[in-house]
Design a protein around this ligand. Structure first.
Ligand code: UDX
Ligand code: UDX
Length: 458
């Protein structure tokens, strides 16, 4: 049976991969092809071990691969055949020139736009999936129409709100799907076409449409608001540590106000992930560009508090362990930026590791899914670092454990056994407040949570 439409996605990463797998799964009438410039990534997508760990993803890929989901490196062929092209290539923070450290590096985006312009053979809808600065769609349109030919391109913005570790759940049951378009007849037609794809499994009430700039901006703002909640609670955790307040109690009391709600109010060693910092810096850059210095400073504060929280964590360790970490062996429980993912981009564990090595500590890194990425992140660091998945083996003989990631397994360990095997005084720094601190203290550990009084035996 011929397919109704050909959907192409350029960029087979954390966003493109799961999103296209879900579309293929829910819409057998469409042929969905994912292409990527990285051949080894494509080979992994075509193998039994997918390039990303995401609960539920394996099953969906198994059901759809080679049925109506295909992975390939043939970008040009894909463009030629496509009716709808999603672009999900990475847009990291610029590391050079104007806006370095702040603005988005759009070189892959622009390259992709030019590729589409060169190889498209019929009218085509282009869907921005990557998070981008506001008005990127305009640049995309300009590039696409730069060589006047008869082909008509409509650019839509359809930001992805999935969170890693729950990507499949978020895709299957999204809070909302947002589609931004030009309000021209052809823009509206393109928008309806994309609405029809999502309507195969998402209720129309949850599919919202807007103008293209609102859609682009909404993604940056949603991430800025989420990150702002974490920085807010983390800033208060510092105050709790100076007073006799307890951040978990404060957080619970605040969260029970239904206007505030209970999500994203867990104090932590700091937020990580590929999006929060990058998107806030993008927003800050945009505000500065438009001369809105106060607004820019306000949002920049969210990133500053996050940096402060990570540094504070290291300084707390240093102070607790008698102002020297040199030669001490410290085990990190977790390296991923959050639980249920192997992703380590912007993980606080990277910063903490660097700082601990600067203090001349020895590190043992443990994580159920992220050790390969951890090795890459810390490559070239001049220090004594080992990587051991088993937490009992990893913490054996260590002076301290620092919890970096809220993996469920760390809650369920036999801490009596761990305590026996460690060098005393046996410290635990719980950067996620996930452990039973009273029990650990009773076992004999010296316990340092975030935003709560420490419990020590000395
Ligand atoms: C992407 C964007 O980076 C980010 O801006 C947005 O917020 C979410 O979508 P992600 O999927 O997590 O994030 O990125 P990544 O896993 O790095 O995947 C991007 C893929 O695009 C990579 O596999 C890369 O090889 C590919 N790519 C990059 C291309 O195929 N062509 C290019 O020109 C550049
Ligand atoms: C985020 C957004 O949630 C998602 O909608 C967007 O599409 C991409 O960016 P993600 O980066 O995958 O998703 O993870 P998220 O669950 O938002 O967590 C980000 C960071 O915040 C993690 O390091 C997490 O551990 C931390 N966090 C989260 C806290 O420190 N405290 C909290 O209460 C919640």
């Amino acid at each position: 049976m011929p397919f109704k439409k050909n959907i192409l996605c350029i960029g087979a990463g954390y966003v493109g991969g799961p999103t296209m797998a879900m579309i293929a799964y829910k819409c057998p009438q469409y042929k969905v092809t994912l292409v990527d410039i990285n051949p080894s990534r494509i080979a992994q997508w075509n193998s039994d071990v997918l390039p990303i760990y995401e609960p539920g993803l394996d099953e969906i890929v198994k059901k759809t691969r080679d049925r109506n989901l295909f992975f390939s490196t043939e970008i040009e062929k894909g463009i030629k055949e496509a009716d709808i092209i999603f672009v999900s290539v990475n847009t990291p923070t610029k590391t050079f020139g104007a806006g370095a450290g702040m603005a988005a590096d759009l070189q892959y985006w622009e390259k992709t736009a030019r590729q589409i312009q060169r190889h498209a053979e019929s009218n085509c809808i282009i869907v921005e999936k990557s998070t981008l600065p506001v008005k990127t769609a305009l640049a995309m349109e300009r590039i696409l129409t730069s060589n006047a030919n008869d082909i008509c391109f409509d650019v839509l913005s359809n930001p992805e709100f999935l969170a890693e570790g729950t990507a499949i759940k978020n895709l299957e049951n999204p809070d909302r799907v947002l589609i931004g378009s030009r309000e021209t007849p052809s823009g509206l037609r393109a928008r309806n076409e994309l609405v029809e794809i999502y309507a195969n499994w998402v209720s129309k009430k949850r599919i919202i449409t807007s103008n293209i700039w609102s859609s682009e901006l909404s993604k940056l703002v949603a991430n800025a608001f989420l990150a702002q909640r974490i920085s807010s609670i983390n800033s208060i955790s510092a105050l709790c540590e100076k007073t006799e307040a307890n951040i978990t109690e404060v957080s619970r009391a605040v969260a029970m106000d239904s206007r505030i709600g209970d999500k994203f109010l867990n104090a932590s060693v700091g937020f990580g992930g590929s999006c929060f910092k990058k998107d806030i810096l993008n927003l800050v850059y945009l505000c500065r560009y438009y001369g809105l210095e106060e607004v820019a400073n306000y949002w920049e504060g969210v990133v500053k508090i996050n940096d402060y929280q990570k540094e504070r964590f290291v300084l707390n360790m240093l102070t607790a362990m008698f102002n020297t970490l040199a030669g001490k062996k410290i085990c990190l429980f977790g390296f991923a930026f959050k639980a249920d993912t192997g992703d380590t981009r912007e993980s606080p564990a990277i910063f903490i590791s660097r700082r601990l090595i600067e203090e001349r500590a020895e590190l043992v890194i443990s994580d159920p899914k992220a050790l390969d990425n951890a090795r890459e992140d810390l490559e070239g660091l001049n220090g004594n670092i080992s990587y051991i998945e088993d937490p009992y083996e990893a913490s054996y003989g260590c002076d301290a454990i620092a919890v970096m990631t809220e993996w469920e397994i760390y809650r369920q360990l036999d801490y009596r056994k761990i305590f026996k095997s460690m060098t005393k005084l046996a410290f635990i720094f719980d950067g996620r407040n996930i452990l039973d601190h009273n029990e650990l203290f009773e076992i004999g550990f010296n316990v340092f949570p975030i935003g709560k009084p420490p419990q020590t035996h000395f």
